[in-house]
Design a protein around this ligand. Structure first.
Ligand SMILES: NC(=O)C1=CN([C@@H]2O[C@H](COP(=O)(O)OP(=O)(O)OC[C@H]3O[C@@H](n4cnc5c(N)ncnc54)[C@H](O)[C@@H]3O)[C@@H](O)[C@H]2O)[C@H](O)CC1
Ligand SMILES: [K+]
Length: 478
């Protein structure tokens, strides 16, 4: 794994525990890791908040241990700190030793204590969350009068899925260690964490070779955009063919704009009839419009990548068009109408390079993704042998081989009509320029979000393609 991808690795709580164990087996005392974790929490508190009456809520495990260390260091810095222990740590554990070094005031675990605090440090549960948070823990966290600084994760948040198990508080700041967890990027986890600080606690990078992560935060470093060689010509920069629907030609035009701006050398819109063709010709002059039948288009071997679905209806004809293109060995980005046409029968999309369903399309194809979007997208990708890009505020890109990327680099205003069509065209363009499907889908998702961030909340889909130019310039420069 290259260095930049390594930095983007996301570790599940289980993988984090394995990383800890590997480090400890490699001779790094757990106590040193805990001391480093607690110090990172104390430093983050001192950097983010003014000295105030601080209550550290300590759980029975190592999350609690981090909390005792942070309490001791904050008190040494002159902060008025008290600790409330849910239950004492297991005797002889690192957390127990950290607890014995805490000589300051102890308080009961009680809502009124949290209500009186200017800052609550939530060190109750972290990677070891075993069951929903409820009862006195939930009541005390919910009563926090001031901001919450969460250690590793807000207690109750599942680090693997980003879902709250029972109650999980809204943190102002979350300090996590070594690598982020999927739950720090998946919703609602990302929102509940508030600002996320990643601290180095001295775990060597070598533990990643032991853990072998398969989930990454999406970003440059996980993929590289195709270089534009001096000898490039339009065919070498990839040919994208987009099937246009009879009615909604706008979607195909948006896909064409996305494909062109993402660098495809030649983009063709295949119209179903003359009327549609005339409408399409009114669009971007740089797009070739043809009414030629699919069979004739397939005779040109350079037409390697196709987009099928935007603006198309969910009926047999759409599936038949896909069948003809896929059986000719061409790579298809399946979106919108094609996904709808295969509802309940996802195997009919076997052979597609990339599927780009939103939640509703995914549900109609594979059933509800439920609370574990990562797992659902991975299962769908493995089932079809295709990359599945499950769109949302936390878009998940899953490959058939188990790799997955979570894209947090996208603003909420991206959720507007037509942006999905642009994305489908962008994926096709990157495929046509030689990127493998997982990398092409991941890169397109990130570029798509970055362009939307540049456009601001007034975004309409037509703006995206134009904003892509700046995004691509900067991405290529890095
Ligand atoms: N490398 C690192 O990232 C380091 C992380 N550290 C911290 O260690 C915790 C994980 O510690 P662990 O002991 O495995 O789990 P927890 O502290 O989260 O607590 C588990 C403990 O709590 C019990 N429990 C779980 N859920 C509940 C519940 N709902 N109600 C009651 N009790 C519950 C469970 O039975 C266990 O006894 C990680 O998050 C980091 O904060 C290390 O300190 C340093 C290295
Ligand atoms: K916590």
């Amino acid at each position: 794994m290259c260095a930049s991808a390594s930095r983007l690795a996301l570790l599940t709580p289980q993988e984090m525990a394995a990383a800890d164990a590997a480090a400890i087996a490699g001779g790094i005392p757990g106590e040193r890791l805990m001391e480093a974790a607690g110090r990172a929490v104390a430093r983050a508190a001192m950097a983010a908040f003014r000295p105030c009456r601080t209550l550290v809520l300590a759980g029975p495990g190592n999350n609690g241990g981090d909390g005792y260390v942070a309490a001791r260091l904050l008190e040494q810095a002159g902060w008025p700190v008290a600790v409330a222990a849910l239950t004492p740590p297991r005797e002889g554990s690192d957390a127990a030793r950290a607890a014995t070094r805490w000589r300051g005031p102890m308080r009961p675990f009680a809502p009124e204590e949290a209500a009186r605090a200017g800052l609550v440090v939530d060190a109750v549960f972290g990677a070891g969350l075993a069951r929903p948070v409820e009862g006195i823990v939930a009541a005390t966290l919910a009563a926090a009068g001031g901001p919450i600084l969460a250690v590793d994760v807000p207690s109750g948040l599942d680090g693997a899925t980003g879902q709250a198990r029972g109650y999980a508080p809204q943190a102002a700041l979350t300090v996590t260690f070594f690598r982020r967890k999927p739950g720090h990027l998946l919703m609602p986890g990302r929102a509940l964490c508030g600002r996320i600080l990643l601290a180095d606690i001295g775990l060597p990078e070598s533990v990643l070779r032991t853990v072998r992560p398969s989930t990454w935060e999406n970003g440059p470093g996980l993929w590289r955009l195709p270089a534009i060689t001096p000898l490039a010509h339009k065919y070498s920069r990839g040919v994208v063919t987009i099937l246009a629907g009879a009615g909604m030609t706008g979607a195909a035009r948006l896909a064409a704009a996305g494909a062109r701006r993402a660098g495809a050398g030649l983009v063709t819109l295949a119209a179903p009839d003359r009327a549609a063709g005339d409408v399409l010709r009114a669009g971007e002059p740089g797009v070739i419009v043809t009414e030629a039948p699919i069979a004739a288009l397939l005779a040109d071997a350079r037409r390697d990548v196709w987009v099928i679905g935007p603006g198309m209806t969910a009926e047999e004809g759409t599936l038949a068009a896909f069948g003809a293109v896929a059986s000719a060995g061409r790579r298809v980005v399946a979106d919108a109408g094609l996904l709808a046409a295969a509802a309940g029968a996802p195997e009919r999309l076997r052979g597609a390079a990339v599927l780009t369903p939103h939640e509703g399309e995914f549900t109609r194809l594979f059933g509800s993704p439920g609370t574990d979007r990562l797992c659902a997208a991975r299962a769908a990708a493995a089932r079809l042998g295709s990359v599945v890009l499950l769109k949302g505020p936390d878009t998940v890109v899953a490959a058939p081989d188990g790799r997955a990327a979570i894209n947090a680099h996208a603003p909420p205003w991206l959720a507007t009509a037509g942006t999905g069509d642009v994305l489908a065209g962008m994926i096709a363009a990157l495929l046509a320029q030689g990127m493998p499907p997982f990398e092409a889908a991941s890169a397109a998702a990130w570029l798509h979000g970055d362009a939307a961030l540049r456009c601001g909340p007034g975004l309409v889909a037509e703006d995206l393609a134009a904003a892509l130019q700046k995004t691509l310039e900067e991405c290529r420069a890095t």
